[in-house]
Design a protein around this ligand. Structure first.
Ligand code: FMN
Length: 325
């Protein structure tokens, strides 16, 4: 797949996920063979205010490209200025968030509120296209609610405005993350535009990914919650699409992966912030494994890396009966 002039080596894409697809996770996703990774959503306004924390989210140094930086906002000039900053920081692609359902975002007319305001969405895309030379993409939902399914017409408008790819999450804003994603709409969008369409929603297994590609004709699949604590889904989908089925990881492999993720996060964010940040990830890694409750509880109480490592090693030894080395 090519997005504008950017070549994407395979059909597997990591979704933008606030609090999840940070630098550490993007690096891990790459190691698992992901063809394209998105950043967490970044406020264009905060970028233009040179907010340090926001700048930190935009730190792409040392990462393998292509990376799509996702911006959110609703003012065309601010989005254009944010796009220029993101390109200076190394973005190869810029994505506009037109799907975030969070009230705080929607109330400002940003995220999925743009689905209700296609004229403004067009202005945003046009302003960004004029401001930078890298491809602009958009990520949308199917519509605001069941009575207002707009994805097909909206996607056409985005393409006309200059968007070079469209990621479609098959849910309405009103659904948030509940209910099943509607893949039929992804198929309709694919039939309506000539830029690449990236399908998203409810990809939990390699078979799901194969099925979405087949049923919708989309150009790539975007993995969301399925990869939380489970980056192996990425390598399994990659291999599945090449015709090979890999088994899910064994519990010990998951613990080793969790420790690696911890190490990387601490290297990037420091010990205290890193350990805090990793709590939810570690809980995800442990999901579905036996007798994890007391270990999770202990992880949530500590601020020390060594302690987390000791807890996970203890779990591996006591419950899994395996030594870590
Ligand atoms: C914790 C979390 C954070 C998310 N953050 C973003 C975001 O920053 N930008 C965005 O466009 N979508 C965001 N999403 C939506 C995902 O990119 C994706 O569209 C959604 O999870 C549907 O895919 P799934 O069913 O595979 O999870 C987020 C989802 C989750 C669960």
């Amino acid at each position: 797949m090519k997005i504008g002039n950017v070549f994407i080596p395979n059909k597997v894409v990591l979704a933008p996920m606030a609090g999840v697809s940070d630098k550490a996770f993007r690096i891990i996703a790459r190691e698992h063979g992901c063809g394209l990774v998105y950043t967490e959503m970044i406020s264009a306004k905060a970028l233009t205010y040179k907010n340090n924390r926001t700048k930190e989210i935009l730190n792409l140094r040392g990462e393998k490209q292509p990376i799509a930086v996702q911006l959110f906002g609703c003012e065309p000039a601010v989005m254009a200025a944010g796009a220029q900053i993101a390109v200076q920081e190394g973005a190869w692609l810029l994505d506009v968030n037109m799907g975030c359902p969070v009230p705080k975002v929607v109330r400002n007319g940003e995220g999925s509120a743009l689905l209700e305001n296609p004229e403004l969405a067009v202005e945003i895309v046009r302003a960004m296209v004029q401001a930078v030379s890298v491809p602009i993409t958009v990520k949308i939902r199917t519509g605001w609610d069941r009575e207002n399914i707009v994805a097909v017409e909206f996607a056409r408008e985005m393409e006309k405005a200059g968007a070079r790819a469209i990621a479609v999450h098959g849910r309405t804003r009103e659904q948030f993350y509940g209910g099943a994603a509607d893949w039929a709409i992804i198929r309709q969008v694919k039939a309506a535009v000539s830029v690449p369409v990236i399908g998203n929603g409810d990809l939990w297994t390699p078979q799901d990914a194969g099925k979405m590609l087949e049923e919708t004709g989309c150009d790539a699949v975007m993995l969301g919650r399925g990869v939380q604590g489970n980056p192996w889904l990425i390598s399994r989908v990659c291999r599945y699409l090449e015709g090979e089925e890999l088994p899910p990881p064994e519990p010990l492999e998951k613990i080793k992966g969790a420790l690696k993720h911890l190490e990387l996060t601490i290297k990037i964010k420091g010990e205290e912030a890193g350990v805090r940040e990793m709590r939810k990830h570690l809980a995800w890694y442990l999901k579905g494994m036996k007798h994890t409750a007391p270990y999770k509880e202990a992880i949530f109480k500590t601020k020390k890396k060594d302690e987390v490592v000791r807890i996970l090693e203890d779990y591996a030894g006591s419950v899994l009966g395996s030594r870590m080395i």
